[in-house]
Write a protein that binds this ligand. Structure first.
Ligand code: KIV
Ligand code: ZN
Length: 503
């Protein structure tokens, strides 16, 4: 018998972006959306169009660019929100409005200041309007898991009668347990009389570390859409991680008996892209995409692996797109070999982007003997993400030592103008660089985080520097990659200022 298909609804660009510091600009969102489409994501929640003109613009651009995935926009239960969302997603080949209203006593009393009757009539109105403007409507009773059952059932029935095609059950505050969520989805199936007309969806937050387990329990109880994000980013402790959901379904298809349309070999690539763009590093022991997820350290395990990989490996690194890191390209590799390898690791670049990346590759190959796939990914993500920046580092000279002040001379291009300055600092070379940049690009943000990571092993490895700046309680992150850690620091700082000044 054919297995049921579970719809993968990715909300990295909406709930994911709600994580403090995960702000993404339009080009970054577009790049993530294209990668999600390529990996086979069914629905991309591209943003919250009524939140700002910037959000509207990104959802609208994504709606124009994406052909295979459904493009969804989030709207509160307000006429103006719903109309703005409908306008933003209008160009999409397949579009959807996701609208929501809280149904729990605490949200209704303190946030909405509304009684049950008012909530019910607002559901009717908002879902009805959304359905008039868009063929697909996803409705969420916010804080569903803390709502009174009978009222929740009535609210869902109302939304279905008003035209919703998907009913999403958010565990907004990450409170429920897998057994309870399983039982809640079953109860909805058994008590809402028109429930057979819609797809039931899960949307679980990770406050107790249960988001993935809850989503899978909901799916086991009959939900056929899962809302999730890459690397599990999102409000507070985040959302259910897409990569964990997809690999659980694939690896344990004997138990779950469902399939998704995701090409799992794209998982590692998109995880790195989202991490580079948001500056949210992935913990080494993170399931599926952590650096140690496929590493075997103990002698007993290594011995078992050599005899039969399945002794300690339930899925292969290749199934999530991790190749054995081996020497692929070097100083003498030509453009054709470079282009081939770039394609093999999952990128589809324009000729212009290939040319730009090839120049950077040649530059890197002059400085670093072995170019591994990780180097290529860092290099390409860095140029794709950052080549839209208004600011570009042209030249950097740094002198430092234990007995003297650090001295820096820096030249930056701002749009088409080159500007330069020199400066001394008693606080070391990084302080000197950042202060010199501040003189050229004045701002009042404070440095919230500065982090250096080597992309590969070896002292000639590329450095990936993450910079996080805080301004008026908003946090911006950006990274920069270079074999020279001080250049990478300058690039990351400049990119972060570009993001901050574009808002
Ligand atoms: O967590 C939540 O309740 C949400 C809703 C907007 C669905 O993100
Ligand atoms: Zn959420």
């Amino acid at each position: 018998m054919a297995k049921d298909r579970v719809i993968i609804f990715d909300t990295t660009l909406r709930d994911g972006e709600q994580a403090p510091g995960a702000t993404m600009n339009l080009e970054e969102k577009l790049l993530i959306a294209k990668t999600l489409e390529k990996m086979g994501v069914d629905v991309i929640e591209a943003g919250f169009p009524a939140a700002s003109n910037g959000d509207f613009e990104s959802v609208n651009r994504i709606a124009k660019a994406i052909k295979n995935s459904t493009i969804c926009g989030l709207a509160r239960a307000k006429k103006s929100d719903i109309e703005r969302t409908a306008e933003a997603i209008k160009p999409a080949a397949k579009s959807r409005i996701h609208t929501f209203l809280a149904t729990s006593p605490i949200h209704m009393e303190f946030k909405l200041k509304m009684g049950e009757e008012q909530v019910i009539s607002m559901i009717k109105e908002s879902v009805g309007l959304a359905r008039n403007l868009c063929p697909e409507v996803d409705w969420s009773p916010e804080d569903a898991t803390r709502s009174k059952r009978d009222f929740l059932f009535k609210a869902i029935e109302t939304a279905i009668d008003a035209g919703a095609n998907t009913i999403n059950i958010p565990d907004t505050v990450g409170y429920i347990t897998p057994e309870e969520y399983f039982e809640l989805i079953l109860a909805i199936r058994n008590n809402v009389k028109n429930i057979d007309k819609v797809v039931i969806s899960t949307h679980c937050h990770n406050d107790l570390g249960l988001a993935v387990a809850n989503s899978l329990a909901g799916m086991k109880a009959g939900a056929r859409q899962i809302e999730c994000t890459i690397n599990g980013i999102g409000e507070r402790a985040g959302n259910a991680a897409l990569e964990e959901i997809v690999m659980a379904i694939k690896t344990r298809s004997d138990f779950y008996n469902v399939v998704t349309s995701i090409d799992s070999t794209m998982i590692s690539r998109i995880s790195k892209l989202v991490s580079t763009i948001t500056g949210f590093t992935v913990q080494p022991n993170k399931a599926i995409v952590g650096a140690n997820a496929f590493a075997h350290e103990s002698g007993i395990h290594q011995d078992g692996m050599l005899k039969n990989r399945q002794t300690y490996e339930i899925m292969t690194p290749q199934s999530v797109g991790i190749e054995n890191t081996q020497l692929r390209l070097g100083k003498l590799s030509g453009r054709a070999a470079f282009k081939d390898r770039v394609k093999e690791i999952g990128y589809e670049l324009s000729d212009e982007a290939i040319n730009e990346a090839f120049l950077r590759f040649k530059d890197l190959a002059d400085k670093k003997k072995e170019i591994l796939d990780e180097d290529l990914i860092a290099l390409i993500d860095d140029s794709l993400v950052n080549n839209q920046s208004r600011y570009k580092l042209i030249d950097l000279e740094v002198h430092c030592g234990s007995e003297k002040n650090s001295r820096v001379k820096i030249k930056i291009k701002i749009d088409s103008d080159e500007v330069e300055t020199s400066l001394d600092s008693v606080d070391g070379p990084v302080d000197a660089i950042f202060t010199a940049i501040k003189n050229l690009i004045p701002h009042n943000a404070i440095l919230d985080l500065y982090q250096v990571k080597a992309v590969t092993e070896g002292t000639d490895a590329q450095a990936n520097v993450l910079v996080r700046l805080k301004q008026n309680n908003r946090i911006f992150s950006a990274s920069g990659a270079d074999v020279d850690v001080l250049r990478a620091s300058a690039i990351a700082y400049i990119n972060c200022l570009d993001k901050l000044n574009k808002i």
